[in-house]
Design a protein around this ligand. Sequence first.
Ligand code: BGC
Length: 428
Amino acid sequence: MNSIARLAAAISVASLFPLSAFAADAKGTVEVVHWWTSGGEKAAVDVLKAQVEKDGFTWKDGAVAGGGGATAMTVLKSRAVAGNPPGVAQIKGPDIQEWASIGLLDSNLLKGVAKDEKWDSLLVRKVSDTVKYEGDYVAVPVNIHRVNWLWINPEVFKKAGIDKAPTTLDEFYAAGDKLKAAGFIALAHGGQPWQDSTVFEDVVLSVMGAEGYKKALVDLDQNTLSGPQMVKSFTELKKLTGYMDPNRAGRDWNIAAADVINGKAGMQMMGDWAKSEWTAAHKVAGKDYQCVPFPGTEKAFTYNIDSLAVFKVKDAGTQAAQQDLAKVALGKDFQKVFSINKGSIPVRTDMLDDMSALGFDACAQASAKDFLADDKTGGLQPSMAHNMATSLAVQGAIFDVVTNFMNDKDADPAKTAKQLASAVKAAQ
Ligand code: BGC
């Protein structure tokens, strides 16, 4: 039984409604559980909070620190078991279906907003399917992040004698060698399972291409998981780990980003929420920093869509606040300002053709262009590390294998590929 099913068993119907739901509330309060707590992320979520408050509702902040959201998801589950879920929570990918299937999400609440605002015509099918349960919206998507980016400090590259961004794994290692020789951390990284797997999926994408990535990490094909291409992926991952700083255990992603921003490190492999830290530090894309697809992944786009799911509540004021928040979140103004702060691109297709006119920087313009192009070629793939491709149980099994591998210098790539295949099978 997966964790959401176990959760369902623990919740009685009577406990589905938040304790606060019965309190009288003038225009309504909405509590929002999310994990946007770094400087750049906070600047982005504050845009939503300000708009909801401007509309007269009360925003109760349910921020739970911890990149990638694993801690926030644990908190959310225990609150649901205790009969005290928030009105809104950041939930992504297939997990949305699991929460909806146990009856905790409200599939009626957003019907009117979605119709009035024409959500179906604004979103690509892959996106709307993710946030609908049995045909009805249970969450509002807020943005699109691209995961397979490499962030570069060009000043550090120059000091190390590197004249261009790497486009192949060999060029990447050559740059890493020069950075190390010049006394820099070559690849800034935080040793947390979700960050390890963010790097792993980039390497799989580089080695296997989008088709192989899909077979391995989306379709979970046993032969691909244990096959020669996966052995090669682990071999490359081992080499790449050698360019990371040995004191990385437990380091948060934004601290690793700061190492690149402050000129201590040359590169970071991270989704474009890393750009929020550069923006918060008043750095300009294309001038103070470079964003390039991770070497060998130029024709692919691993997507990660943040969405806010609505929980069933009884209080009419809270329901009105949930609806207001959902309407704001897909509105054009919010989509622009939020993504500029967050490092992402809008999820509304009517904005993606127009990125330069809307004031988005070079990284966001490239991201939008590639998103539209890769949607047509099969290069657009859901990120495993960011909850878009598998259940959380399967993702957890992959995280364990990958993190153990990266922390054991004697680990064998061939054995690890076999372990990966059996761990995935056991978790399915
Ligand atoms: C989320 C981003 C967030 C990042 C770091 C990702 O999984 O989608 O919104 O900025 O984790 O916490």
